[in-house]
Design a protein around this ligand. Structure first.
Ligand code: TXA
Ligand code: MG
Length: 316
């Protein structure tokens, strides 16, 4: 971990790090974010790894402006009005994913919606300008801890990590952004309360429904709209059955699959996490009897991969 004041030189260096697939913690007006290039699956996997989360929660993608956001999400009139009123600022919009967006699927944890935010903090804005990348960033705390509102909080938590912490002083809002779900045309869901109030949302987008006890926040993997393949998923497969596709892991794959992908020939869990959702999509083809998934080690990022696969398997 290296920490430096968020001057022009440090921001340029942070932008280069992001482009290399490495991580940068940076201040926003709400809390510090743990940022990665949102188009780079390995970099996004490294964020989950560093947070130590046993599940893949969908992450917020930070963008320089509304035009950049429009490349990744589909804005209806409600979304346009909210963006106009509150961006840049502490509001996150969950919108249907735009086809062709280069975001890695791990960012949305395989959902067909994506959370977008244009932050107002000058350091966050300068970093987004400098790197010209969408930055996926959860709050920069280890899973289960409080969100960080100073560079000290981040530095204390991630002392040993390969991380550059841009110190921009304390976060002025100190509370995470309001998350509004506009992924369905018939409802405005409040997924997380924040600095932008429900009344302010209602003034621009109509009646707000408070999402069921924060279910989406605590367990996004449980959401009914969460991606599950159409074909059955068979876990911890050592062999391939008739008509099965194979999702492999490691150097030695069993023979006989009608279709095959390997999460990581090197047995690298970060690479596997980066490939997980895209490869499930690729194997979920008509005519496949099932997707046989080789055993994934239950340690580190492997826990989150196994969690996600178990949910995919339970869908049938
Ligand atoms: O203020 C903030 O929003 C901070 C700063 C760094 O921007 N970020 C932050 O990220 O709080 P995180 O990962 O700690 O919280 C993201 C929230 C979670 O509650 C997550 O479930 C929700 O956004 N979220 C993200 N994508 C979603 C999606 N596609 N559908 C539903 N909820 C989503
Ligand atoms: Mg958080």
């Amino acid at each position: 971990m290296e920490r430096c004041p968020a001057g022009t030189g440090a921001i340029a260096r942070a932008a280069r790090r992001l482009a290399q697939g490495r991580l940068v913690a940076f201040p926003t007006e709400t809390v510090y974010g743990l940022g990665a290039d949102a188009t780079n699956g390995r970099a996004v996997a490294a964020v989950f790894e560093l947070k130590g989360r046993p599940q893949f929660n969908p992450l917020i993608v930070h963008l320089a402006d509304s035009d950049a956001a429009a490349g990744h999400g589909i804005f209806d009139d409600r979304a346009r009005r909210l963006a106009e009123a509150f961006w840049p600022g502490p509001l996150t919009l969950v919108l249907p994913c735009r086809a062709g967006s280069p975001l890695n699927e791990l960012v949305s944890a395989g959902l067909d919606s994506v959370a977008l935010r244009v932050p107002a903090h000058p350091v966050a804005r300068a970093l987004l300008q400098a790197c010209a990348l969408p930055i996926a960033a959860p709050s920069a705390n280890p899973s289960g801890y409080l969100s960080p509102t100073t560079a000290d909080h981040v530095a204390d938590a991630f002392g040993e990590a390969d991380l550059l912490v841009l110190d921009g002083g304390p976060c002025p809002v100190g509370l995470e952004s309001t998350v509004v779900d506009l992924s369905r045309p018939d409802s405005v869901g409040l997924l997380r309360a924040g600095a932008v109030t429900p009344e302010q949302i209602e003034a621009h987008a109509g009646k707000v429904v408070h999402a069921d006890a924060g279910a989406a926040i605590r367990a996004p993997g449980m959401l009914p709209q969460h991606y599950a393949p159409h074909r059955p998923v068979r876990l911890d497969a050592q062999t391939v059955g008739p008509g099965e596709a194979l999702l492999g892991f490691g150097p030695d794959l069993p023979a006989g699959a009608v279709l095959c992908r390997n999460l990581s020939a090197a047995g690298d869990l970060r690479e596997a996490a980066a490939n997980l959702f895209a490869m499930l999509h690729e194997l979920d083809q008509p005519g496949i009897a099932a997707i046989a998934v080789m055993p994934i080690p239950g340690e580190g990022l492997g826990l989150a991969i196994r969690d996600r696969l178990a949910r995919a398997a339970a869908g049938h």
